[in-house]
Design a protein around this ligand. Structure first.
Ligand code: KG4
Ligand code: ZN
Length: 338
């Protein structure tokens, strides 16, 4: 194999991830070591535990990624890492590892914004060129609408004023006594529930802008439990989850389509952990078709945190003629995409 591969490292939160891609960003091997079980007893990510485990897991994970692709460091053309946003101590592990490798090999280093990784991930599988579009990024830490002119050319259209959509799912999961992270569990329970059983607010649905707010919905879920006088179980629980999920989905779908209408874009791409949500995928596909907007959904394997999306972003940036990053650059836990 010639020296043409991209190695990317992702350690922004609680997943240690490494991936190899070809020079155009097509994934060759992608591995994720999840720390979810480790943080579950605490009901959320413990930064100190996360960074310690990134340090332990990263090197074996990178070696396993090379082994799966049957290649080694000599096959690399560039090295990339997520440098923000995320937990400072976690970001430092992956960013420093990748820079050290780049120096050792004498190869360019690309510092990648985690949100850019998510945002471009719908173009990764099935693989296709990045065209102008509206991107909806919905994860545990972020809820953003971005107008994408091309790789590296982003304009923020709207974002959450408080909680992210995934955070709302996780917090409601916690209120319901469900295991961490609540998002996938609430979504599974919602599948058999009635979506109109509980009345939950659609915050900022008619605010006239493209911003979001989910903290009112979370509070309203807490009041609903207080009114019931007990944590719902059985059919009441599935109804609760379905009604809550519908409230989140209604707002996300409606703001995404409003963003497309306002910007005149006919293509929309949806990514981030919450884009795994089946109800969201279904509703966006249905309503996109009705509004004549083509919808690209990140493949579930590339929706939650992974390094293949970071490798893809690095390859696309390089192809777009964007210069590599300085080796003395810092991580940025609050790095904004636009
Ligand atoms: O993108 P991600 O892996 O990490 C961040 O960058 O935040 O997203 C994780 C978030 C968590 O809040 C998780 O509960 C949520 O995505 N999530 C879901 C589903 N699967 C993951 N939320 C709703 N429905 C799902 N099926
Ligand atoms: Zn993420």
């Amino acid at each position: 194999m010639s020296s043409s591969l991209v190695l990317a490292i992702e350690t922004s939160c609680d997943e240690t991830a490494a991936a190899l891609a070809d020079e155009s960003g097509r994934p060759i091997a992608s591995k994720v070591a999840s720390q979810i079980q480790l943080h579950a007893p605490y009901g959320g990510v413990v930064p100190e535990l996360a960074s310690r485990n990134h340090s332990l897991d990263l090197r074996p994970l990178v070696e396993a990624t090379f082994a799966e692709a049957e290649c080694g460091p000599g096959d690399l053309a560039i090295v990339a890492a997520t440098s923000g946003p995320g937990l400072a101590s976690s970001l430092l592990v992956g960013d420093t590892f990748a820079k050290a490798l780049a120096v050792g090999l004498g190869k360019p280093f690309f510092s990648i914004n985690h949100l850019e990784g998510h945002l471009l991930s719908p173009f990764l599988h099935p693989f296709r060129p990045v065209e102008p579009h509206v991107a909806l990024v919905v994860s545990g830490g972020h809820t953003l609408l971005v107008d994408v002119e091309g790789v590296g050319r982003y304009r923020l259209l709207g974002s959450t004023k408080d909680d992210a959509a995934g955070e709302a799912f996780d917090k409601v999961g916690k209120l319901l006594g469900l295991p961490y992270p609540g998002g996938p569990v609430v979504a599974r329970l919602a599948e058999t529930g009635r979506r109109d059983a509980f009345e939950f607010p659609r915050s900022m649905l008619r605010s006239g802008d493209l911003d979001f707010s989910f903290s009112g919905l979370k509070t309203s879920a807490r009041y609903a439990i207080e009114r019931l006088g007990h944590v719902p179980e059985g059919a009441e629980l599935t109804d609760f989850c379905a009604s809550f999920e519908e409230a989140v989905v209604d707002v996300l779908v409606s703001k995404l389509l409003a963003a497309c209408l306002g910007s005149g874009r006919r293509l929309a791409a949806v990514s981030g952990g919450v884009s795994c949500n089946r109800r969201l995928r279904l509703r966006i596909a249905e309503e996109g078709a009705r509004a004549d907007v083509e919808i690209l959904l990140a493949a579930p394997a590339y929706s939650t945190d992974n390094a293949a999306m970071i490798a893809f972003a690095a390859a696309r940036r390089r192809e777009a003629g964007i210069a590599p990053s300085p080796l003395d650059g810092d991580i940025d836990p609050n790095w904004r995409i636009a």
